[in-house]
Design a protein around this ligand. Structure first.
Ligand SMILES: NC(=O)c1ccc[n+]([C@@H]2O[C@H](COP(=O)([O-])OP(=O)(O)OC[C@H]3O[C@@H](n4cnc5c(N)ncnc54)[C@H](OP(=O)(O)O)[C@@H]3O)[C@@H](O)[C@H]2O)c1
Length: 254
């Protein structure tokens, strides 16, 4: 359980869902963890757990619609720990946004959080990874990037462009030992997904039942289903792997 020993891992959206699970898991695997997000109470709960595992971490209040906050997330990591070895870019929003009715504000919000913030977090991560002898970036993808459902046009595009960002980083920074891979997550009952479905009148139980009917493997992905893959991508075990798309989606292929 020491795959990430002495590494400094930054997680955007480390307060919820897979981001929160990974903040805690990275600490269990020996990393110092920098949690980005806006929910300070959630981050404090994770930091207490992280300390109880004998590791340490910090919370950086990050409003990702502000580019200065994207930069500050990585700046704080480097100032506190003197290096940055990994970035798990998890934060994202998934509003309903069909092409024929998506308004400009929704489009801008999706692109600002899902793409622009990722772009500038990666820019700053590369700056510090270069000073740290290299590093690994994991971008959070979605099956929507390959077509996607009609009600998520802007979201689908934002996840498609992240794939291009991954390819660009992998292609241009390998010689500096900076890697980037794209992890496609499956349908997962995170806080964000459950809240979205609630606005559509669906409870978590109903969501799980509906998803089980639709998904080839007859259950939603759980946060824990991603842990080993993300640890692998952030660790030296994957040191020769860059430019890959990883898919953990219970067979879902939209
Ligand atoms: N759930 C799924 O089925 C699914 C499937 C495929 C991919 N994904 C991907 O998983 C990621 C999380 O999505 P989710 O809906 O499942 O949500 P979630 O687990 O509830 O997490 C969303 C995270 O993003 C952060 N965040 C959102 N807006 C932010 C902002 N303006 N500034 C800073 N942080 C912000 C939140 O931080 P705070 O709460 O602290 O503000 C939170 O930590 C996204 O990248 C999404 O594309 C999810």
């Amino acid at each position: 359980m020491n795959e990430l020993k002495d590494k400094v891992i930054v997680i955007s959206g480390g307060t919820k869902g897979v981001g929160r699970t990974m903040a805690e898991e990275c600490a269990i695997r020996g990393a110092k963890v920098v949690i980005g997000g806006r929910d300070e109470a959630a981050a404090k709960r994770s930091l207490r757990l992280i300390r109880s595992y004998g590791s340490e971490g910090i919370f950086v209040h990050t409003e990702l619609s502000r580019v200065e906050d994207c930069r500050a997330l990585l700046d704080c990591a480097y100032e506190r720990y003197g290096k940055v070895n990994g970035l798990f870019n998890y934060a994202g929003i998934t509003p309903i946004s069909p092409l024929d009715s998506c308004d400009v504000d929704t489009f801008d919000a999706v692109m600002d959080i899902n793409f622009r913030a990722a772009f500038f977090c990666c820019q700053q991560a590369i700056k510090y990874m270069r000073m740290s002898g290299g590093g690994s970036i994991v971008l959070t993808g979605s099956a929507h990037a390959w077509g996607g459902q009609k009600d998520r046009a802007a979201y689908a595009c934002s996840k498609g462009v992240l794939r291009t960002l991954m390819e660009h980083i992998a292609h241009n920074y390998a010689e500096e030992n900076i890697r980037c891979n794209y992890l496609t997550l499956g349908w997962t009952p995170t806080e964000g997904e459950v809240a979205l479905r609630k606005t559509q009148g669906e409870t978590e139980k109903e969501l799980r039942e509906r998803a089980a009917d639709i998904l080839p493997m007859h259950r939603m992905c759980e946060r824990t289903d991603y842990v080993e893959a993300i640890v692998y991508l952030l660790s030296d075990a994957s040191s020769m792997m860059t430019g890959s798309t990883f898919r953990i989606t219970a067979g879902e292929y939209i």
